[in-house]
Design a protein around this ligand. Structure first.
Ligand code: SAH
Length: 353
């Protein structure tokens, strides 16, 4: 057999691109749709699996094209059975984490957009080894499809209901691939997900936030805030020196205005760093009057970082203060800490092996 890299990988192509790719094979137009459904809905890993295609066409396609699907290198299930974390490996050996959370409202998955990350946030495990590379739209989609296939076959026809783009990497630094992925997810021949059921989280790449607002795809936007003033945010998130807090807030406000969607600010609570009364007061002043909510995330301590989680009482105090001052607040329900579901920890374990 020829090596894979000599063949064009068709996983991640849109229907239109598949039609173009199939043109030399003199197949009727509807074959592209059949192949798309095999790839994205019916779990085909080879052309031989596509049993409603003529045998001759299957052989021709096998000679010329390939289907790039990642291998499951590791899988961890939380003790309560709600969370499963996958380490998926692509053909070049690059591995990324994808997490499935079986929530009361459906199956939610968290996908990675880059292998590693170079944002350098002080609290995050994904950035400890820098960024290896951007993922392609097909590689981001392959994470969703791998889990959707698993749910369908192993969990009684279940499916992926919501997608959060909150795994390793900064999605807006890999803009075109991430947008390609989002558009694919929405297609009927893929998962047919409504844009509302897709959430993208960013550390605040201001120009791309403005660009995203103009795309005409009303996905939910989350902004990683983590500090209520320029100085502290720059300490925790170096990207804040390039794109200052006030511009991030303005870009989020613009996104909410254009899309009419409430923006969520994520705020990791770190003991004695950003969880005091002064920060609570500043946060209220910063967000007052915005179409926004705040998601408080008690930090998942990363061994290398020496940042600690506040006490339950302190977390409750912080949440109550914001609520009392008319902010819309949720405290993130913890899932999967027993399986290293905190950002980047499973991949790091394997890099260290
Ligand atoms: N780069 C994007 C998306 C990936 S991070 C972003 O910054 O939003 C996704 C979320 O996980 C962010 O809010 C991030 O701040 C948070 N996160 C990272 N490390 C964490 C930790 N140790 N504990 C809790 N949340 C963490």
């Amino acid at each position: 057999m020829e090596p894979l890299q000599d063949k064009q990988d068709i996983f991640g192509l849109t229907l239109e691109k598949l039609q173009e790719t199939l043109r030399p094979f003199a197949a009727p137009a509807y074959r592209a749709k059949q192949i798309a459904e095999w790839l994205y809905k019916r779990g085909a890993v080879s052309f031989a699996d596509m049993t409603n295609l003529p045998k001759k066409l299957r052989l021709e396609l096998t000679d010329a094209l390939c289907i790039g699907r990642p291998k499951t290198k590791d899988r961890l299930d939380s003790a309560d059975g709600h969370t499963t974390k996958f380490l998926l490996e692509f053909a070049d050996g690059t591995a990324v984490e994808t997490v499935l959370m079986r929530q009361p409202y459906g199956n939610s998955i968290c996908v990675s957009t880059q292998a590693g990350c170079n944002m350098g946030c002080a609290f995050c495990a994904s950035t400890l080894h820098g960024m290896a590379r951007n993922l392609t739209a097909g590689e981001i989609l392959a994470q969703a499809i791998a889990i959707n296939d698993m749910l369908r076959t192993e969990e009684h026809g279940e499916k992926v209901d919501t997608v959060v783009i909150m795994g390793s990497g900064e999605p807006l630094m890999n803009y075109d691939n991430v947008l390609g992925f989002i558009r694919l997810l929405h297609e009927d021949y893929v998962l047919g997900l409504s844009y509302r059921n897709i959430t993208l989280s960013t550390s605040g790449i201001v120009p791309q936030m403005h660009k995203l607002a103009e795309e005409g795809i009303p996905i939910s936007l989350s902004v990683s805030l983590h500090a209520p003033n320029q100085e502290l945010r720059s300490e925790l998130m170096p990207i804040n020196r390039k794109y200052p807090l006030k511009d991030v807030i303005e870009a989020a406000r613009h996104y909410a205005e254009v899309t009419k969607r409430r923006v969520t600010y994520e705020y990791i609570l770190i003991d004695q760093v950003n969880d005091g009364e002064e920060q609570a007061r500043e946060l209220v002043a910063l967000l007052r009057g915005q179409l926004a909510s705040v998601n408080l995330i008690p930090i998942n301590p990363v061994a290398e970082r020496h940042l600690l989680r506040p006490s339950a009482a302190r977390i409750e105090w912080f949440a109550k203060y914001l609520t009392a001052h008319h902010l819309n607040v949720t405290v993130r329900r913890e899932m999967g800490t027993d399986i290293q579901a905190a950002c980047g920890q499973l991949r790091n374990k394997h890099l260290a092996d």
